[in-house]
Design a protein around this ligand. Sequence first.
Ligand code: NAP
Ligand code: MG
Length: 464
Amino acid sequence: MKPHDGMYIDRAWRPATTPDRIEVVNPADEQPIGTVPAGAREDVDAAVHAARAAFPGWAATAPAERAARIAGLRDALAARRDEIAETVTAELGAPLPFSQAVHADLPITVAGSYADLLGTYAFEEKVGNSTVYLEPVGVVGAITPWNYPLHQIVAKAVPALAAGCTVVLKPAEDTPLVAQLFAEAVHEAGFPPGVFNLVTGLGPVAGQALVEHPGIDMLSFTGSTAVGRLIAATVGAAVKRVALELGGKSANVILPSADLGRAVNVGVANVMSNSGQTCSAWTRMLVHQDQYEEAVALAATAAAKYVPGERVGPLVSAKQRERVRGYIEQGVKEGARIVAGGAEAPLDQGYYVSPTVFADVTPHMTIAQEEIFGPVLSILPYEDEADALRIANGTVYGLAGAVWAGDTDEAVAFARRMDTGQVDINGGRFNPLAPFGGYKQSGVGRELGAHGLAEYLHTKSLQF
Ligand code: NAP
Ligand code: MG
């Protein structure tokens, strides 16, 4: 795609108020691919004003009208499927088949799910002598990361628009181009002026200006726990609603009765997918001590199939690559054993990290506690189920996880005791309608499906 010079505000591509630009780099070959404006406080202010002015009109539309616009948005995204996939491959580095099947198709599905949901969703309910109306929260500030760049935008902007909210989006500085494509699709779908606005820019500048802006009613953020904590403090102090989708360190618990080979292979694939840049990735594999060495050997063999530059793309930036390499070195320093990969760069060019598997990991090691956000798997032994549960729940995070057992009921019984928002049972498939979000420091609130729509609604009760 050819980048837009301006920001999408009030249904027009407007020049930024400053000459500052962000250079977008292809992480596979380290070459610049374009620039976008680095928005300032004034740009955020213009976008929030446009969104405020548009709010009463959009909030008053019938759900069927919003459904028609969102169906149009889904179609406009679908018409750009190849361009979306190529753009995400260029700015994130994901292999093209993965960009097509996940980075493009998943958000198209999610957008469509909200067009469908508006056909049936009850925006009012009777409770005794009351009628409860569900009303849009207002102007939503949305701040998104680069790891699933279009999915993260759609998972916030589309339910907000479906609820009748208006939106100002600040996407990640590393992946602003697909955000511009999203704005093009919004435009084509005919949303009224100011209903959706895009300000590209840096987190501590444009992002912070949006968080602090008195004209927003809610802030929805996905990204690191460190930034999420800052945002929650500011938005909470203003007594506004906040939704946070933060980090994860999910456990993949393989019970002794499970199909070990399948559980390990699917577990490795889960971690290597998107170069390990997935907040819900199962980065800790928990295996019974009697099956431990067998599982380690299987995982090492599986990891070797993920060849950098072929099945595995680079990390998004040199900064992220260095961060992940630092964690690998830390793992070695703390006594874990590398059985695949390692900290050395696998290729001369591009921000690649070797798919890495650690054995002999103990629950308190840094690599077992902190989110690494790269293709790095830690395998931990457990003694019995109680020990497995303690290890699984023994981090500050609780976003996702997996349980494998010979019997579904056995797996479910274990999953019910995990402090986490999503658990896949024996390889259960991702469901784009199921609520997604975290326990503990993995976040506040839920995205996707009807629960994701409810995040953007207030209740008003009238008594008769
Ligand atoms: P991040 O700094 O939390 O960035 C997420 C978003 O917040 C980006 O749009 C970012 O802008 C913006 N931002 C940064 N500082 C801000 C501030 N002070 N006020 C308002 N907005 C701000 O995450 P990152 O640096 O991209 O990645 C670092 C780590 O975060 C990763 O290693 C990983 O552990 C975690 N992460 C988690 C997820 C997830 O899905 N849960 C996704 C991505 C990253 P810029 O793009 O300009 O920085
Ligand atoms: Mg950042």
